[in-house]
Design a protein around this ligand. Sequence first.
Ligand SMILES: [Zn+2]
Ligand SMILES: [Zn+2]
Length: 421
Amino acid sequence: AIERARLSNAAVVLGTATPSLEAWQRAQTGLYDLVSLPERVAGGRTPEMVLVDLTVEERRKGFTYLSDPLKAAMEETFRRNGQVILFLNRRGWATVLLCHTCRTSLKCPRCEVSLTLHRRVNRVLCHYCGHEEAPPAACPDCSTRLRPLGFGTEKVEDEVRRVFSGVNVARMDSDTMSARGAHATVLDAFAAGDVHVLVGTQMIAKGLDFPNALLVGVICGDSALFLPDYRAAERTFQLVAQVAGRTGRGPKGGRVVVQAYDPQHNAIRMGISQDFVAFSRGELKQRAELGYPPFGRLVRVVVQGKDLDEVRARGRELGERLMGRAVRQPAKPIVTESLLPGMEVLAEPVVKPGAGQIAGVVLLGPAPAPIPRIDERHRWHLVAKCETDAAVDEVLSRLRGQVAPKKDLRVLVDVDPLSML
Ligand SMILES: [Zn+2]
Ligand SMILES: [Zn+2]
């Protein structure tokens, strides 16, 4: 849209309560004009915020993912004839089936990820490759009974039914919303007041406007905070701020209960107060110090293949091509990259281009990707942090001709990647 407007010399209005840090930085530096609308829509009032520490709640006897403060807030909302939105960014019933003897979870045979139990269809599913099977009663290795752990939207739905009898619950996630028109049916029922509690994934995080939704509960606000992605905090902030914006949209005001394992984290605290300015200040400072977007650009290279040794060798070969010399895998990481845990820096930033090195590029990796195997393919990745567009161009030119599949190896190059997993 921005490119189209440039061609026709038109103005673009980017409207949001939670801009991306890239867009925000452009506004700050005068590339975009900033127009602030500090007031909430239609005379709504800023909702009351309640933070719940899940590490404390978990120790209570009989704990479920509906904590006591959340249950109390729900009860009060029902008494006022209000409606409740419960948000959780994970579908399914249990996210892990754990064997206590082996201390491992039931894994997808094709991927290095745990299978999710979906009770309604009574299957365990892989959310990455689509593998599914009947839930085994016992551990395939030692025959110990498997224990379901973790929680998804299905379990939250069941828990609401168990605790509040007579309350109508509807669930919106990609499991329940596959039929045509399902989306509108549920939202109409919620708008009409026939549904008292709406449980859902990111599908319900944005844009919904129900003045009678007096309570929004975030079941686990920081479920994405600990992913090895430099944007984990930004995404957590956006999500919490957007979900918090689902209430307080009418004259009756509203309340937000956010449950989190690290409720004091800036992304959570500033997310519930929707204080983007304060959040961006700290976040941008850290990005600037470490040279991450919007202060630099990233080129991510993922090598995939069935043979782990070949994948590793190819990753190293590409690393050497980008460094312009042989790279030695250090015994210990040279620099700890707090924004991309698990990736090692192979060399200090090059100030003056030496023999074959690219100025303004820091190479991270090669290292196993956070999800080291998907659909029977091992995955290693490299990330080139580039100070300038010219550095990006040079990195890409060195990768030219390298992406053609060799035997069963695939090389994927992603500039300014959206996912680091
Ligand atoms: Zn076992
Ligand atoms: Zn899988």
